[in-house]
Design a protein around this ligand. Sequence first.
Ligand code: HMG
Length: 420
Amino acid sequence: MHERTSPSNTIGIDAIAVATPRAYLDLVDLAAARGVPSDKYTKGLGAIRMAIADRDEDPVTLATDAAARMFARGRIDTARIGYAAVGTETAIDHSKPVASYVHGLLGLPQSCRVFDAKHACFGGTAALMGALEWIASGAARGRTALVVCTDIARYELGSPGEPTQGAGAVAMLVSERPRLLELEVGRTGTFARDVHDFWRPLDRRDALVDGHFSVSCYLDAVAGAFGEWRDEDARRGGDPLVRTAYHVPYVKMAKKADRHRAMVSEGLDEAAAEARFAREVAPSLAFAAEVGNVYTGSLYMALAALLHAEAGVLEGSRVGLFSYGSGCGAEFFAGRVAAGAGAFARSLALDEPLRDRVRLGFDAYEAIRRADGDAPPRVSADASADVASDRSTFLGIDTAERRVYLRASPASTRLAVAAA
Ligand code: HMG
């Protein structure tokens, strides 16, 4: 490992991986049960399926699985990680960070800055920006940063938000000389405003949302953050963006966002906006249509889908990214797809977790959701279990109210216990 104390210019996302729960609900089944035309969900919102987390899956297991997959597929030297941050708005403890569980379950170095970042769906971007600036400042001294976004999106059963639920995690390794996407540090556009568009008081599992207002807040934030980014870009000079990945609470929202940017901020007409969306945004939306809203990870799920579909043809090209978090805060930034990213993205098999999932019947879905509020099972701190897959598992809570997890060791399906 070489020592670096001077600022670096080539920093970005070196590797990426996603994780989703093993089950999903088809939106056609939800529409039938709720007495809604299925087109409202599939065409009106653009959603096909939404991932449903069962009781043994939580933001810790999803984050751990995404990071473990990235380490294995990306051949990552975990001894070099000196920063491990988790973006989440659905953490499982008011104090102990999800990042500490992930750090422990993955056996990361003790010399490591470990923390959670929270600002609704913007928390992952806050963690990512911190990582980029940590490396750019020279403070990393040649080390790399792990950033994981992990969430379970829940709205009240039968509410308008219900078809926009989802669950999943995205892990990213941030480093110098990244193999996927070189990000432009210090060239971002930001926007913030104190609004109640979406919130979740501490005693609630389901989010509260002023749905149509939240859409207009998101659009205002696109105009604000993109406007600042564009002015700075014009001042410094840069080639055009050829793709943009957006925060995707539901697929149609990304279309609304790009249309708003095209027509309000850039003066394009309707036909040009439509064509641009199809060319520059649609390729990033395949995973979101399958998984639903993953809150902090939604933008990075879109980036993963884009790299999966097009990293090869985009090598050397500039892409935009828009992150939005209710409350609200937003950031528009850009990066350049690295040479060799196409072959590397193929080797990451980014869509693998979306295959081989189980389709839940509507009754099974409702049973899982209704059990959300139940107390977790009681287990002993040295509990262990055999599992059929390499997924991490939340076992329950021990007599001292500590959460107990299992993570598959690479060598066997007999798992090591990590108690809080
Ligand atoms: P709604 O009010 O039930 O739906 O809920 P609607 O009546 O607005 O219909 C939705 C779309 O379907 C409309 O299209 C309809 O025309 C269409 P649009 O006008 O928007 O283009 N439609 C149909 N299309 C075809 N065939 C049909 C049909 N019927 C209707 N038969 C709402 C929609 C988004 C409000 C709701 O799902 C909700 O509240 N979702 C949660 C909030 C949300 O996702 N907000 C997005 C912005 S805020 C954000 O992104 C932050 C967030 O991720 C949280 C965080 O930051 O932590 C949420």
